[in-house]
Design a protein around this ligand. Structure first.
Ligand SMILES: Nc1ncnc2c1ncn2[C@@H]1O[C@H](COP(=O)(O)OP(=O)(O)O)[C@@H](O)[C@H]1O
Ligand SMILES: [Mg+2]
Length: 441
């Protein structure tokens, strides 16, 4: 064939080798073409694979997804959006994005957001989408600009999540939280009432004594008054001397006169005692109960012990070893609540023990004061130790313990820059240790 071609063309001048060379080149080109085709097919397969991957991700997204161009026209939507809006991609693609919205307000907001030429993202913007049934569906939208390979902004990617579910869950959470807060308030109140109850019991016990002897004395004075009236009436009536002497003996006027000073003295003492009790109560319940001030911790401990042990059942004793005048800074009323609770807990813990003692030992350690409360009770079981400061932890029967005493006390001591810890003493019984800074002189 080569020879024939050469002859027909009349290109006999060209040698055979030239033709062979041309054919070789053509072969090479053909081979290259084949290789390109294989490579192209491989690339195509990879592209299809990655497109399938992207599509599968888009279809399994429960959030809605809309891609739009920089004029806000829809370029792509995912199946979630189709399900929401009830429209097919054919009907959606090319339409303005803001047509997806249910009301004018949402449409206006969307138009501002999606057609802007800025490159700012929008987060959690709540708008109403037009639902398949024609109603409005609130969604929380996020919107991020999309850029091409050259870095130019070409549109927006919008994702959204229906907020109905979120809101329902949030509402339920908030209600539960409010209920808890209410219960907590009630329990705090219960603990306050319990400590108030203890205080009132102590005060009642304390007042009982002086008031009953003031009352006894006043009754005696009343009787004496009657006898004195009779005797004075006889004198003023001019009764003879013997009759008067007889009446004086009968009415025991001399005894009465001798008794008067001690009766009056006793009454005054009882009244003074009552006044002192009322004074210390006033101090306890002062309006500035919660105000921070410099105060004497020794006095507060003594007062707290006094009130609790007055109300405590018999046989409970508190031994105190506390230096005079420990000056600290804080709220005396709150500190008193802490100490009353510690003393009350010791009193409860020692119930039924042969010896019921609480030893309170205080000492200055550097620039702090350390107060130890060691009782003769059974101590705190190992597995309770980690929990005693937790709110609502109590081992007492319902109605007797709120489990808030130590939790509240812990908070109060912390606010005083102090520490409260619980443990067991090597000699048995629980030991609570409270430390707090001394007031600077
Ligand atoms: N001195 C103590 N000895 C033994 N256990 C104690 C002592 N003080 C407190 N506890 C334990 O800590 C729990 C919590 O105390 P608290 O917070 O005051 O609440 P409550 O007195 O209402 O039970 C008590 O129920 C008790 O189990
Ligand atoms: Mg308690």
């Amino acid at each position: 064939m080569l020879e024939a071609l050469g002859a027909e063309d009349g290109l006999g001048g060209l040698g055979e080798e030239v033709w062979i060379e041309v054919i070789r080149k053509m072969d090479e080109v053909y081979n290259d073409l084949l290789q390109y085709e294989v490579a192209l097919e491989e690339k195509n397969a990879a592209l299809e694979e990655s497109q399938r991957f992207v599509m599968s991700v888009l279809s399994s997204m429960s959030d809605i997804l809309v891609v739009c161009d920089h004029d806000g026209r829809i370029e792509e939507v995912n199946p979630s959006l189709q399900a929401c809006s009830g429209d097919t991609p054919e009907r959606l693609i090319g339409r303005p994005m803001f047509e997806l919205f249910a009301d004018d307000g949402s449409r206006a907001a969307a138009e501002r957001m999606f057609t802007g030429h800025g490159d700012r993202s929008v987060h959690d913007c709540e708008l109403n989408l037009r639902a398949a049934d024609g109603g409005a569906m609130p969604v929380s939208l996020n919107c991020t600009p999309r850029f091409n390979h050259a870095g130019a902004r070409v549109g927006m990617v919008v994702t959204g999540r229906p907020v109905g579910e979120l809101r329902k869950a949030y509402q339920a959470l908030r209600e539960a939280h409010e209920d808890l807060q209410k219960t907590q308030q009630q329990l705090l109140h219960a603990e306050k009432m319990a400590s108030l109850g203890r205080l009132v019991a102590g005060v009642a016990h304390e007042l009982n004594n002086p008031i009953s002897f003031v009352l006894g004395n006043v009754h005696a004075l009343q009787r004496y008054t009657g006898r004195l009236e009779r005797y004075l009436a006889a004198i003023h009536g001019g009764a003879p001397a013997e009759a008067l002497a007889g009446l004086r003996a009968e009415l025991r006027i001399d005894h009465l006169l001798a008794d008067l000073p001690s009766l009056i003295e006793g009454t005054v003492e009882g009244a003074e005692r009552t006044r002192d009790i009322v004074d210390s109560l006033k101090r306890f319940s002062a309006v500035d109960r919660n105000a921070f001030q410099a105060f004497n911790l020794t006095d507060v401990i003594e007062r707290a012990v006094h009130w609790v042990s007055k109300a405590a059942s018999d046989g409970f004793r508190v031994d105190m070893d506390i230096p005079e005048g420990i000056n600290v800074f804080g709220s005396p009323g709150q500190m008193q609540q802490v100490i009353m609770n510690l003393v009350q807990n010791a009193c409860d813990a020692t119930a039924g023990q042969p010896e019921r003692v609480l030893r309170i030992h205080a000492a200055r350690v550097g620039n702090r004061v350390e107060v130890r409360f060691h009782d003769s009770g059974p101590g705190i079981p190992e597995d309770s130790l980690a929990h005693v400061f937790e709110p609502f932890f109590t081992t007492k029967p319902v109605g007797q313990g709120t489990g808030l005493g130590l939790a509240i006390s812990y908070g109060i001591v912390e606010r005083h820059d102090g520490r409260l810890s619980a443990g067991n003493h090597p000699d048995g019984g629980a030991e609570f240790v409270m430390t707090m800074p001394l007031a600077r002189p």
